[in-house]
Design a protein around this ligand. Structure first.
Ligand code: ISL
Length: 471
């Protein structure tokens, strides 16, 4: 079990092709990531940004072919970086041949999905009902996400076997591991109506004991690094996190990302930014869960500098100076990338989630103008634009740039025993965004002062009073 690693996330669509990604690895390698996690580039109709897979063993031609992939693997290996694939196991695209055969009741595939004669009252993460009628089969199928993403039936051993086969197929192609999407909602404890007001049905499928047993079967002992993305982060208790930790090397808690964000459901709403609550949550997760992976942003969230109203260096100090063993850098975070200027026309948004939120806001009486301004603030489209590679070039030789700051702080994270082992002592947290704490190791104590308000410089000071880092 790997104890510490830096993960760098790439959303392939915003890089272009696998060749484009390979060409950028030497630049990204200067951040010394142990792994690069690639969001999906499998064959997909692209309803949900690639998280609707039509064939797990086919590379979508828009990104290239297997020759390009093995070139990418060898470039990464040359820079001592392992490639993690994003395995979307909870559901497939409705265009997957498995679904085609299942809806036609092909004997082998009839039970590959969750079919019912009548719908239940469950709601989807993307709003609306979680059961849709399929006229070909004459039954309803479950989809916890979009109706184009039918849930696989993991009570079926054949489905589990399919994914054992898929993981070994890609390990043989040279991947070093997997980020496992929506990892904790694979099975249902009962197919009956749910009563949880925000998301009826949620507690009937949320991290059941069968799901944990299946995840262990699928990922424990797989000779590679595994990173779980559990959904419904605000409900991830430490107990449930430890269940996940038995099956994976590391796991996210999207609840540490949702503090200023929204639910994916009919109840979509922006949450007030609460620094105090966020810092306390982060202290709890980084001190109590050694396998917690701390991400400030991802392909699913707005840009952290915009969302947490902070300079990029203070954010980097929060992420790398708390005792976090698996920090995850999202592409462009190292440049201090802010939310781009997004359109006022909902038709310009391509992700299913933006449209789901927009209609959820309208259905609750918001005007079109109010709805689009909320979508602009919360949409995943904020995170999926190409990086500014000219800026990357410029910043890499500017010692005061956010990028150079990342190079410095990563050196400390990798080599400084106080940052690696130091026990944390919180000194001050206030709602304006001041967060002071110490890291103590073998009677050497570092002082960290973070100020998200920007009133004062954020600093890291060593035991001799020397400033090691300053925003
Ligand atoms: O669970 C959530 C709210 O707490 C959301 O963060 C999110 O929908 C969840 O974490 C799952 O996200 C993943 O699966 C989705 C896909 O749309 C996302 O891009 C992916 O990260 C369905 O595959």
């Amino acid at each position: 079990m790997q104890k510490r690693a830096i993960i760098y996330q790439i959303y392939p669509k915003s890089f272009g092709s696998l060749q484009d990604i390979a060409a950028k690895i030497p630049k990204i390698a200067k951040l010394k990531p142990d792994y690069i996690w690639l969001s999906p580039f499998f064959l997909s109709p692209w309803q949900d940004g690639g998280y609707d897979v039509a064939d797990y063993k086919k590379i979508d031609s828009a990104f290239g072919d297997f020759r390009d992939f093995s070139h990418l693997i060898s470039v990464a290996k040359k820079h001592h970086i392992g490639i993690l694939l994003d395995l979307v196991i909870n559901h497939t695209s409705i265009t997957h041949e498995w679904f085609e055969k299942s809806r036609h009741r092909d004997p082998k595939y009839a039970d590959y999905y969750v079919w019912r004669p009548r719908p239940l009252n469950w709601r989807s993460f993307f709003g609306g009902p979680a059961f849709d009628y399929d006229a070909v089969r004459g039954e309803y199928y479950l989809h916890l996400f979009d109706k184009s993403q039918p849930d696989l039936n993991f009570a079926n051993e054949k489905v589990i076997k399919e994914f054992k086969d898929i993981t070994s197929f890609w390990v043989k192609k040279g991947v070093s591991g997997f980020r496992v999407d929506s990892a904790n909602v694979l099975t249902e404890s009962a197919l009956s109506n749910g009563f949880f007001p925000i998301l009826p049905g949620f507690f009937l499928y949320y991290q059941t004991k069968d799901t944990i047993a299946i995840l262990k079967k699928l990922f424990r002992g797989v000779a590679c690094f595994t990173l779980a993305e559990p959904v419904g982060g605000n409900f991830l208790s430490h107990r449930k996190a430890r269940e996940l930790a038995q099956a994976f090397d590391a796991f996210f808690n999207v609840g540490t990302l949702d503090v200023a964000d929204t639910w994916f459901s009919d109840k979509t709403r922006p949450l007030p930014l609460n620094y105090k609550k966020w810092f306390k949550k982060l202290v709890s997760w980084t001190t109590r869960e050694p396998q917690f992976s701390f991400a400030l942003e991802s392909h699913d969230t707005p840009r952290a500098t915009s969302r947490f109203k902070s300079d990029p260096k203070t954010l980097a100090m929060l992420q790398f100076l708390l005792p976090s063993n698996f920090p995850c850098i999202y592409q462009g975070q190292e440049l201090g990338t802010k939310n781009p200027k997004l359109s006022n026309d909902i038709n310009d948004y391509y992700g299913v989630q933006s449209h789901a939120m927009y209609h959820a806001f309208l259905s609750r009486g918001k005007s079109k103008k109010q709805a689009i301004s909320l979508v602009k603030r919360l949409s995943r489209d904020n995170a999926r634009r190409p990086l500014d590679w000219n800026l990357y070039e410029k910043f890499s030789s500017d010692q005061n740039s956010p990028l150079s700051f990342y190079y410095q702080i990563i050196e400390l994270w990798k080599n400084d025993p106080v940052i690696i082992n130091g026990k944390i002592k919180v000194k001050k947290i206030n709602k304006k965004g001041v967060f002071d704490f110490e890291r103590r190791h073998e009677n050497i104590s570092y002082k960290i002062h973070l100020d998200f308000s920007g009133q004062t410089k954020s600093t890291l000071i060593d035991e001799k009073g020397q400033i090691l880092l300053s925003s």
